[in-house]
Design a protein around this ligand. Sequence first.
Ligand code: PEP
Ligand code: MG
Length: 324
Amino acid sequence: LMEVLEHEQDLPSRTPDGHDMPLMVNTGLTVDAVASLKSRIGGVGLYRTEVPFMITERFPGEQEQTRLYRDQLESFAPLPVVMRTLDIGGDKDLPYFPIEEANPFLGWRGIRVTLDHPEVLMVQLRAMLRASQGLDNLQVLLPMVTNVDEVDDAMRLLDRAIVELGEEGVPVNRPKVGVMLEVPATLYQLDALARRVDFFSVGSNDLTQYLLAVDRNNPRVADLYDACHPAVLSAMARLGDDTRRLAMPTSVCGEMAGDPAGALLLMGMGFDALSMNAPSLPRVRAAIRRVPLESARELVDETLRLDSPGDVRRHLAERLGGWD
Ligand code: PEP
Ligand code: MG
């Protein structure tokens, strides 16, 4: 089967009824292996910048970060690379920046940390901007946003970084900026957020965790952590509708996008792109090439009528052979 799928990898991710569903990749460390997929993808939908930070002994300096980011941007140019600002806290600790908290997933995480340490965010933004010189494929993504004030503060720092660099003789263009939709509160603030940024990216991993109040890494409640929960699917479907109404380009970069059944549901819900780990690409592409958009929409309607995660899983198994 994998041989058949491998064969299809140079074919477009297009449904039998002609709908193009752009597939992107999530990256962290290994650029080279993934860069070979360049002709088969729409770009990098999520570059987790905290990953290279996890293997250093201190915060990498501006030069070092510039090199890292340049590598990503050059490897995929002219395709877009969505670089997420540092998303530490929660389950992701830097050895040289320990965070001890009783409830780390509800605590000092993502943009909450970097806005409290603007010097860290400034170095990162300056490095991203410098790395993008002459390439123009950089997009900046803000993780763990809860309030519009956080977006406004981050935008001010970005503006300052652009002005600073200009004064230092390094003219840079203003990149597109996006917000991660992963804190449930953002689902009710889409209009206000849309007025401030250029795109959205749905973090279905955290959105699932926070909607269900289930720690995504706790084995005791692992059974409860389920993207097939009707509430999660209903929230995602509403996000698909709302972001289309706002004409905001919106992709999904959580694990749901890398599961063939999940990807089909997300396509049916109307999302613009799916970003996943590279190994998930063949099966997702194959699923999209076999299921018409119209059928995916019907599948969404059918699924939204079901009451429990088990019912959803059984239905998807019946219709598609299952959800991993
Ligand atoms: C997510 O939350 O779905 C996501 C893509 O980000 P991370 O898994 O890095 O938290
Ligand atoms: Mg997340």
